[in-house]
Write a protein that binds this ligand. Structure first.
Ligand SMILES: Cc1cc2nc3c(=O)[nH]c(=O)nc-3n(C[C@H](O)[C@H](O)[C@H](O)COP(=O)(O)OP(=O)(O)OC[C@H]3O[C@@H](n4cnc5c(N)ncnc54)[C@H](O)[C@@H]3O)c2cc1C
Length: 308
């Protein structure tokens, strides 16, 4: 959810007070977002909180709306690039147990938005429910996966969605089912709300066979990702009929680097943040790679990573 607004009226520098002091929710100020994102770069959030439940979240969300404080949800932080200036608003993480439940209700699985996707995939496989195992190597949370319709060659999460529970900007909760909730390649229409959880429809299959399939996907998936570092991000969405990686290689951009940011040569659709890397380095590198593919191959790549 991207709730925009004016710059917060009261900031850490201006006063010890915040617009959230009477809400019974612990809100920290000047929280380094580099601690919460995979790339480990970028500035601070003016306000940051991890509400304990949906009521506490609703109080924060409606206060942000009333006070015109911009609000964003951060999932696992594997697909966002935080600018050096940080974020002049409220960042919320749904990390409390109330948002991370995983409940098998055959042949469905119900999962909270804050649950790690890999945990949901494992729970489904252990229960003998097929349909998510090809997502085992996608980092991040259920919420992030739904918003970006995470997936790969074996399908995407959107194909499995029966229902999504969301919170709106005024704190009200509603359920959305297809076709009201829509998914396309690495896209959903869930950008106007906070995702609280979902129900995914799966199929009965032997747990043993599924476990083997999941393990195979895990090995293949990990082999296709940069090893030995977590300060990475996927740069571009795969265009129809080809891969972003092959285009980056064909454009001769696999060795590009800017400051502390470098294209990860063996898997050239990833950017790696080295020591002293800044958010600006990564942003500039992604633009250079995109320009190289455009100029040399005439293809306009769409960024996968979301620049805040
Ligand atoms: C090594 C690596 C491998 C990857 N492989 C794949 C892959 O195979 N397939 C693929 O599709 N992607 C892949 N990605 C990209 C990324 O992992 C996915 O996009 C993932 O689904 C992002 O989830 P997250 O929880 O980390 O989201 P974040 O990065 O935290 O957030 C992404 C967006 O979702 C929003 N968001 C998060 N949670 C909520 C919520 N509850 N309500 C509303 N909005 C929310 C955020 O505001 C932000 O706009 C990969 C990334 C890396 C680093």
């Amino acid at each position: 959810m991207k709730q925009s607004g004016r710059t917060p009226r009261r900031t850490a520098a201006a006063s010890d007070e915040t617009p959230f002091d009477d809400l019974g929710v612990a809100v920290s100020r000047a929280e380094p977002l580099s601690h919460h994102t995979w790339l480990g770069v970028g500035g601070d959030a003016a306000f940051f909180c991890e509400p304990v439940d949906a009521d506490a979240l609703a109080r924060i969300v409606s206060r942000c709306q009333a006070e015109a404080v911009p609000l964003r949800i951060l999932g696992g932080g594997s697909n966002v690039l935080v600018p050096t200036a940080g974020f002049a608003g409220m960042i919320v993480r749904l990390s409390a147990p109330a948002f991370c439940g995983i409940d098998v209700r055959r042949p469905s699985i119900v999962a909270g938005a804050g649950a790690k996707l890999v945990h949901v995939v494992s729970a489904a496989v252990q229960a003998g429910l097929a349909g998510l195992e090809t997502l085992v190597d996608v980092p991040g949370t259920v919420g992030g996966a739904l918003v970006g319709n995470a997936g790969g060659r074996g399908g995407d999460i959107g194909q499995r969605v029966r229902e999504v529970t969301v919170m709106l900007g005024d704190g009200t909760v509603e359920r959305r089912s297809p076709p009201d909730v829509a998914f396309q390649a690495r896209w959903s229409n869930l950008d106007d709300c906070i995702v609280l959880g979902c129900r995914l429809d799966l199929e009965e299959e032997g747990a043993e066979l599924l476990t083997k399939r999941m393990q195979r996907q895990w090995i293949v998936g990990r082999a296709e990702q940069p090893g030995g570092t977590r300060t990475v991000a996927m740069m571009f969405k795969d265009p129809l009929g080809t891969t972003a990686e092959s285009l980056v290689v064909q454009a001769g951009a696999r060795d590009l680097r800017v400051g502390g940011a470098a294209v990860y040569g063996p898997h050239a659709n990833y950017v790696v943040a080295g020591p002293h890397c800044s958010s600006d380095d990564i942003r500039a590198l992604v633009e250079q790679v995109r320009a190289a593919v455009r100029d040399r191959l005439g293809v306009e790549l769409s960024p996968q990573i979301e620049v805040w």
